[in-house]
Design a binder for this molecule. Structure first.
Ligand code: GCO
Length: 475
């Protein structure tokens, strides 16, 4: 099959999130977020690592942007910490916080890098969690809209790419089903209730953006894990369909169509877990039209029929030792099993570039919407040599195979606006500390959090520089 070229204005980028890079957790009037609190609960994160200092991007953003410029990056995706703008979630704007993002954005623009701004990357103001339970109350819709509108007004004309919610499926599942993220709850009914409210907040903000005639585009970022069946046994094929409905379409259909997938909705009703849909909700969800769908792609999931044997939510690998994750699934429906055809990272994430092409094709035929790859990358141990080099050929292989898969998906007919690798510099992996590295730029930070924070370019940095120069022509 003939390979298409990447579009001329393709956004070669890279991404980060405020809590994972900024540090300065109490500086310039910043309020406390749910993550600032959560990391202080013993046993919650790997060796109790936290983002108090992270990789100090708050003070070193100029140095980081200079590296981006030298590399030729076209876009940088970052998130705004809500608690810098509104320390208590609402009320008066903290000017110093707003100023920081003005400076960051101006610096990017000055260096010909398109800023891509994520409104919400999980660091909810603790004040809103305490006051009304955060995402469990519809009150958050107004507060989130007010916060978003403040940023729309402030950065109108400067920022043209906006991500509304980052990985709603992840922060709600880990926060309310697995108790691995704040607020540490394990209750499916609450998790689906929270999602319904997050969908409403997302729709309201997208509508607001369009009502304000904001120049640019907005969409949510979804962590898409396409589902496969282990084989052609019809029972297993159905299991994979159930998984795709409950784990993927449940979010994407609502973002794109404002409708819950029918089989999934019926299953939740039967379980007593379905969210309550109030008058006006349906209209609101259907009225919001994202300009693109952001996709964070890391892996696929392989499924088979799950008899009623009690396989539950499973356990994530947060140790960095292969084979320490446990099976997950829904009794009577599906369970996730190892795919014998792909390799895994040390954190048991399946490496499957072809899955990205498959996912992009599914999205394209189901929704006919442009896609922004807002994240894709490899978290691994990296080694700094004596000459301050990092030979991360495994990352180059991972990324180049994914770039190739995107090119094939474009050839298939997908519209892909850009590709942000995760991540630009090494950063704090929420649960896994600083040992799981994703960046093009190595940061000297160890698990005891006493590194020098010096930056070093990895081999993958130079590889991407070339990809950008050639606009992906040799991928
Ligand atoms: C980790 C994760 C994150 C996510 C990102 C999601 O190791 O903590 O991989 O870095 O990819 O925050 O948007």
């Amino acid at each position: 099959k003939k390979l298409a070229s990447f579009p001329k204005d393709f956004l070669w980028g890279s991404a980060s999130a405020a809590y994972q890079v900024e540090g300065a957790w109490q500086e310039d009037g910043k309020g406390v977020s749910v993550w600032d609190e959560f990391v202080r609960i013993p046993g919650k994160t790997f060796k109790a690592t936290n983002g108090d200092m992270a990789v100090d991007h708050y003070h070193r953003y100029k140095e980081d942007i200079a590296l981006m410029k030298e590399q030729g990056l076209k876009t940088y995706r970052f998130s705004v910490a809500w608690t810098r703008i509104f320390p208590n979630g609402r009320g008066e704007v903290n000017q110093k916080g707003l100023e920081f993002y003005h400076d960051l954005i101006d610096e990017l623009i000055k260096n010909d890098i398109e800023p891509m701004l994520t409104l919400y990357h999980w660091d909810l103001p603790q004040a809103l969690q305490d006051e009304y339970g955060g995402w469990e109350s519809r009150k958050i819709i107004d507060d989130f809209t007010n916060y978003a509108t403040t940023l729309f007004e402030a950065f109108r004309g400067k920022v043209h790419y906006w991500v509304s919610l980052n990985e709603q499926n992840v922060f709600t599942s880990l926060g309310y089903m697995l108790a691995a993220h704040p607020p540490g709850v394990q209750d499916p009914k609450r998790m689906y209730a929270v999602n319904h409210i997050a969908f409403l907040a997302n729709a309201t903000v997208i509508n607001k953006f369009h009502e304000m005639n904001m120049p640019g585009k907005i969409g949510p970022s979804f962590a898409y894990t396409p589902n496969y069946s282990i084989d052609s046994n019809p029972k297993n094929v159905l299991a994979a369909e159930d998984a795709e409905d409950l784990m993927a379409n449940y979010w994407m259909d609502v973002y794109m169509w404002g409708k819950y997938p029918i089989a999934a909705r019926n299953y939740l009703l039967e379980q007593g877990w379905a969210p309550e849909i109030e008058e006006g909700d349906q209209e609101l969800l259907e009225s919001a039209k994202p300009d693109f769908l952001g996709i964070n792609y890391y892996q696929t999931a392989t499924n088979m029929f799950n008899p009623l044997d009690g396989v539950g939510m499973g356990k994530m690998n947060t140790t960095g030792k292969k084979g320490t994750s446990e099976e997950s699934g829904i009794p009577g429906m599906y369970k996730k099993v190892d795919n014998p055809f792909v390799n895994r990272t040390n954190w048991d994430w399946e490496i499957d570039p072809e899955g990205l092409r498959i996912g992009l094709r599914r999205i394209t035929s189901r929704y006919r919407i442009p896609v922004m790859i807002t994240e894709n990358g490899l978290g691994e141990y990296d080694k700094l040599t004596e000459n301050n080099e990092i030979h991360d050929e495994y990352r180059i292989e991972y990324l180049s195979n994914h770039v190739h898969a995107i090119r094939e998906a474009i050839s298939d007919g997908a519209t892909v606006l850009g590709y942000c690798t995760w991540s630009y510099t090494d950063l704090l992996s929420w649960l896994n500390g600083y040992q799981k590295r994703y960046g093009f730029v190595y940061v000297d930070q160890d698990e005891n959090q006493d590194g020098s924070l010096a930056r070093y370019k990895k081999d993958s940095y130079y590889w991407y520089q070339k990809v950008i120069q050639e606009n992906g022509e040799n991928s």
